[in-house]
Ligand binder design. Structure first.
Ligand code: TXA
Ligand code: MG
Length: 351
């Protein structure tokens, strides 16, 4: 049985819930908790059996390393060594916040945490429930996103329960998360540092400190008549339905999506569309099969709504989800990355 505890009302953190969950965490139990990005599945990083259970609960391959969550910069020396000056500057500027730094690990960090790598990924989440839990537990906490491996990350406690009810001990409910996509993962063991995953901390903000190397998702452009081809890349951050992306001039994208929706419906497919405020009118006939992400002029809102919208369409049993690409500034880079992964790189260019 998974015990669900309300951990936040307005700005008030519920102390009894934190005490109970922190105690369980210390003892090696699994506790899902809200962060500013997505919900994490927490386990005591210094408890090998608890770390093993995280992989088991998520059906996560042991080759995929975990992020260690800290409640203070002072905890850093327990898990990371040879912290470069740039990392110190980034920590001062961005922690607590959605920036994960990959650094050289200490011997305190077990190989199971880092999948045998000599490096460890570390972050300090910017959420009152997460920080309270980490502070009371007093131990570093591994926390992958609290979803079954390769599913869409959870942005509410309900999402966590949908995936992991019965597989974990606790869920702390702190309401919907504010950012909605995962943290930016930055490898600072190399020069210049490399962005391994774009996320909640925009590239532009990091570039004020140093030149960064970006790693981009491969794109597989398709013709106007897309085929349900198997993806060339690992499915990740994905809904159950297949996702088809459209990119190009905004009006042409809208009509391209509309044509594809009609074509698929004609074939008997249940079609879902992720709409922006700007596109909404064109898909009004789809009713609840069109789910709004917010305006293209507010990419933070799009990021916040993205995963819940994919989950909502999955719950309605769609076969295919049509979505448009977004501009790449700010949080847009992370949104593009998640959309491309969900679509397994499949994109239709309509210019
Ligand atoms: O926002 C987030 O980061 C959320 C919340 C819960 O904190 N956590 C999260 O964890 O997204 P997870 O496990 O779903 O993603 C961790 C990412 C993976 O892409 C993993 O490959 C990378 O971090 N990672 C972890 N340790 C690494 C290491 N030592 N070197 C390179 N990449 C690493
Ligand atoms: Mg994940």
């Amino acid at each position: 049985m998974t015990k669900r505890l309300t951990a936040l009302t307005g700005d008030t953190v519920h102390e009894e819930a934190i005490l109970e969950a922190a105690d369980a965490l210390r003892q090696g139990k699994l506790v899902a908790f809200p962060t500013e990005t997505v919900y994490g599945l927490g386990a005591n990083a210094l408890h090998p059996e608890a770390v093993r259970r995280v992989f088991e609960a998520k059906s996560r391959p042991p080759t995929d390393p975990l992020i260690v969550h800290l409640h203070s910069g002072a905890q850093l020396e327990l898990v990371a060594r040879a912290v470069p000056a740039l990392a110190q500057a980034l920590i001062e500027a961005f922690w607590p916040g959605p920036l994960t730094l990959v650094m050289h690990k200490t011997h305190h960090v077990a190989d199971a945490v880092t999948a045998g790598l000599p490096t460890v990924a570390v972050r300090m989440p910017d959420h009152p429930v997460a920080l309270a839990l980490l502070a009371v537990a007093g131990v570093p906490v591994v926390a992958p996103s609290a979803n079954v491996f390769s599913h869409t990350s959870p942005t509410t406690a309900d999402h966590v329960m949908d995936d992991l009810d019965g597989r974990i001990d606790y869920v702390l409910d702190g309401g919907p998360t504010a950012i909605g996509v995962e943290s930016t993962v930055l490898d600072v063991t190399i020069e210049p540092p490399r962005i391994l995953r774009p996320g909640g901390t925009p590239l532009e903000d990091l570039q004020r400190f140093a030149r960064m190397i970006e790693v981009r998702q491969p794109v597989t452009p398709e013709s106007h008549e897309p085929q349900p081809s198997p993806g060339m890349m690992q499915r990740h951050y994905s809904p159950r339905a297949s996702v088809l992306l459209f990119d190009g001039e905004p009006d042409k994208v809208r009509s391209g999506m509309r044509r594809e929706a009609d074509r698929r419906q004609g074939l008997g497919d249940r079609v879902g569309v992720l709409t922006t405020t700007e596109d909404r009118y064109a898909f009004a006939d789809l009713g609840e099969m069109a789910v709004g992400l917010g305006s293209l002029s507010d990419l933070d809102a799009v990021a916040r709504n993205l995963y819940a919208a994919m989950r909502a369409l999955d719950a309605r049993g769609v076969d295919v989800i049509l979505a448009r690409m977004v501009p790449e500034h700010g949080t847009g880079l992370a949104i593009r990355d998640r959309l491309l992964r969900a679509a397994e790189g499949r994109i239709i260019l309509v210019d």
